[in-house]
Ligand binder design. Structure first.
Ligand SMILES: NC(=O)c1ccc[n+]([C@@H]2O[C@H](COP(=O)([O-])OP(=O)(O)OC[C@H]3O[C@@H](n4cnc5c(N)ncnc54)[C@H](O)[C@@H]3O)[C@@H](O)[C@H]2O)c1
Length: 286
């Protein structure tokens, strides 16, 4: 991983949507030394975002990574997109809905100087489609952070067909300045992580379905044989079977039959066996 300098970061960074991901992204930029503006849809949501970021910073302070109060001073929580004025970069992290994201990106762009950068944290939508209505598509890319952002070292940098070389270069420097590793991906369904992760999980599910081995043994084959930290089926339980089914259906529609969701996945989702969050998935939880 390249060494990143805080000097490469824009001094003022905006985050649209302070939910699970937005709060983590705000945290990461604050720790790296940027001033951060979080914009939410209303005051209540902005207050909730402040609590989320504060909680996340408090955890870092406990680990000795940061002085919580010093970091929080440089965060602003607003409800008006005009608060993004003067930001060198805004990262959009509103829910995964094309119409919502497209309208929000358009509205944010209106507030930015011509030289400012804009990014989306989408986990599946096409960066090129989201760029289609932007005035400056060359200033736009995907920055796909992982959950939980403070603990995850990976960011997928997704380059649209019109993303400028200057942005591609700067974004890699920012990611390094956040202490994370960038993988550079062309705009393609599922980027790298979802596409490969889901491919492995679907094959593991088909093996359970065909009686090749138990879920436990399939996961053990990957953890001990391939040194994956978690097996594909436990990972599916953690992500949520419904979430994985949604991604598989999308990849099936975009990339063909190899992503067709197995019947066992559809059946489990229909029975409400969604993984950890319901206590039952491919494994049982207390
Ligand atoms: N949760 C994950 O594991 C994960 C991982 C990687 C990427 N993502 C992507 O990150 C994005 C956000 O996901 P999340 O899990 O943080 O969702 P979330 O629901 O926790 O947060 C979304 C936030 O956006 C706010 N919001 C909604 N409409 C808005 C608007 N018009 N203006 C300003 N704020 C608005 C909501 O109030 C909410 O706080 C999605 O695109 C998702 O696919 C999620």
């Amino acid at each position: 991983m390249a060494l990143g300098s805080a000097d490469s970061l824009p001094a003022r960074v905006g985050v649209l949507g302070g939910g699970r991901m937005g709060a983590g992204i705000a945290h990461a930029f604050l720790l790296a030394g940027a001033e951060v503006v979080v914009v939410e849809r209303d005051r209540e949501a902005a207050d909730a975002a402040r609590i989320r970021v504060r909680g996340s910073l408090a955890k870092s302070a406990d680990r000795g990574d940061a002085d919580e109060s010093a970091q929080e001073l440089r965060a602003v929580f607003a409800v008006d997109y005009a608060a993004f004025a003067g930001c060198g970069l805004v990262v959009e992290a509103v829910p995964e809905d094309f119409a919502l994201k497209s309208a929000a990106l358009h509205a944010v762009e209106e507030q930015l100087d011509d030289g400012a950068w804009l990014a989306t944290n989408t986990s599946s939508l096409s960066v090129d489609r989201l760029a289609a209505d932007l005035k400056r598509p060359e200033n736009f890319c995907g920055l796909h952070f992982f959950n939980p952002v403070p603990a995850s070292r990976l960011v997928e940098l997704v380059l649209g067909s019109r993303t400028s070389d200057a942005l591609a270069e700067s974004a890699q420097e920012w990611i390094a300045a956040l202490g994370k590793a960038a993988v550079v991906v062309r705009d393609a369904p599922g980027f790298t992580s979802s596409r490969l992760g889901v491919a492995l999980a679907l094959e593991a599910m088909r093996m359970v379905e065909d009686g090749v081995a138990s879920a436990e043994d399939i996961d053990t084959a990957m953890t001990l044989g391939y040194r994956h930290p978690t097996g594909p089926l436990r990972t599916t339980d953690l992500v949520g079977l419904d979430v994985r089914l949604g991604i598989a259906e999308y990849l099936h529609s975009m990339l063909g039959d190899r992503f067709e969701p197995p019947q066992i996945l559809r059946d489990k989702v229909a029975r409400g066996e969604l993984g950890r969050k319901t206590g039952q998935g491919f494994f049982s939880y207390e």
